[in-house]
Write a protein that binds this ligand. Structure first.
Ligand SMILES: [Cu+2]
Length: 470
């Protein structure tokens, strides 16, 4: 367990010793923690941190959306009025990895809409994308004119156009909005639409988090997702890849709700270490308690919502992650073939596709069929004795240096040459006190549930307040 007192104090002492004020520290890292809206359509009014103990009227615990903000609204004659803007945005998945996505109000995924059962909402939608789009309200029981399907229930909203959605909410639970154009969905166009119940759910929770699961195909040296790709090399939670995902901070004994939504091409079995939870909600609303059953890995299928609840009764920094092995990785380059690494370099004289290790032909072609995804032609010579990730000297015959001989072990290298701690680069109050090199263990669709005893919990809450993240 890594939240020992010494480690925690050590981190703090290191900060002080470096002469860095917490404020400056937070500012210097803010670019890593939050992709700020680039538009003026909405400013983040709530960064989704967990500082609000209750709603203004105490009826519910506001949902925390780490690394995302919530869409503000105004009340006009009893109607909650939101302004939702579709636009091109920039998002930093990991320090230094800034990508061009499509989203809403400066963010991908889009900001969370959080409302109450019974609310009457008006969503004034504006399209600042270069092509038409619409907004669909997934799971909401709304009149057909509000369903947001182009041509079927409404005209396309052209670039520069607007459309007003208006309806009354008679449901409660975790819902979401998204573009109803497939390629636009794969560019990031989704956001939560969370409706709190009039009569609070029982048992009451102390913490409530919401996480959007997404996947992206972005080739090396590119910043734009390939929405045609069937292979994905970036996996994100709320638009951040581990270790840039912000850990969920809970107090020992808290009852915790996690809400997941998945919009992508794959399903995500989300697993929590060290605890059992119940599935308490789906994209259709609350699950009756009589139907709860214990588990610790929830399969969040495409277009599905899963709410889970558990009691954080064991102190520690517990992994929360998609369990698909390839979804626990960052910027996987091997999917596009052997890349330059460790002195091997790229062979010269190849065309673009071969140089990138891309295969040609259809899935069952001579080139691809027998290879099970590995190179057959030009790529095979360089891969046959080692893993797909080219390593030291490629394990050539006659190698005598220990490193070269090691490289002759079939399959080597696999994971350890990817072990890249970056604790300082992703440091924020929520990571204080984590074990040294923690960041190397969290990549892709991964984060932590940090169950802290009261004193450490209070300390981190204080740091969050002081660094102005709230
Ligand atoms: Cu996954």
């Amino acid at each position: 367990m890594s939240t020992n007192r010494r480690g925690f104090i050590g981190t703090m002492a290191g900060l002080v010793a470096s002469g860095l004020s917490l404020k400056a520290y937070a500012q210097s890292h803010s670019a890593h923690m939050q992709s700020m809206p680039t538009s003026h359509s909405a400013m983040p009014s709530d960064m989704g941190h967990i500082m609000n103990p209750s709603s203004p009227d105490g009826r519910f615990v506001p949902v925390a959306t780490p690394d995302m903000y919530k869409l503000p609204y105004e009340i006009e004659k009893g109607v909650k009025v939101f302004r939702l803007v579709a636009e091109v945005v920039k998002r930093e998945f990991l320090p230094g990895y800034v990508f061009d996505l499509w989203g809403y109000n400066g963010q991908a995924p889009g900001p969370t809409i959080e409302v109450m059962e019974g609310d009457h909402v008006r969503i004034i939608f504006e399209n600042r994308l270069p092509e038409p789009t619409t907004v669909h309200w997934h799971g909401l029981e709304v009149p057909i004119e509000m369903d947001g399907v182009p041509a079927i229930s409404q005209p396309l909203t052209p670039p520069g156009g607007t459309y007003t959605y208006e309806f009354t909410l008679h449901q409660n639970g975790t819902f979401f909005y998204h573009s109803h154009m497939a390629m636009q969905e794969m560019m990031g166009m989704i956001g939560f639409f969370i409706i709190h119940p009039k009569k609070p759910y029982e048992p009451r929770v102390d913490k409530d988090f919401a996480i959007v699961l997404q996947e992206w195909a972005i080739l090396p040296n590119n910043t734009i997702p390939n929405s045609f790709s069937m292979e994905f090399n970036w996996l994100t939670m709320n638009g951040k890849a581990g270790p840039a995902t912000t850990p969920l901070i809970v107090k020992l004994g808290d009852r915790v709700r996690l809400r997941f939504v998945n919009l992508g091409m794959d399903h995500h079995p989300i697993h929590l270490h060290g605890h059992q939870w119940n599935i308490t909600g789906t994209e259709g609303g609350r699950v009756p308690e009589t139907a709860w059953y214990p588990n610790n890995t929830v399969l969040v299928g495409v277009a599905q919502v899963r709410d889970v609840e558990f009691v954080a009764k064991y102190p520690g920094d517990w992994m929360l992650h998609c369990h698909l092995p390839h979804h626990m990785m960052n910027h996987m380059a091997s999917m596009v073939g052997p890349m330059a690494e460790m002195g091997m370099g790229m062979h010269s004289g190849m065309d673009m596709n071969a140089g990138m290790g891309m295969m040609e032909g259809h899935a069952m072609s001579e080139e691809l069929g027998p290879g099970l995804g590995r190179g057959m032609g030009i790529a095979s010579d360089r891969e046959k004795s080692i893993s797909h990730a080219v390593g030291h000297g490629a394990g050539h015959e006659g190698a005598e240096h220990p490193m070269e001989m090691t490289a002759r072990v079939p399959g080597y290298p696999q994971d350890m040459h990817m072990w890249m701690p970056m604790d300082d680069m992703v440091a924020k109050p929520e990571t204080y006190g984590l074990a040294k090199d923690w960041s190397a263990a969290i990549t892709g669709m991964m984060t932590l549930v940090r169950t802290l005893p009261p004193d450490k919990y209070d300390e981190i809450m204080r740091l969050i307040r002081e660094t102005g993240q709230e």
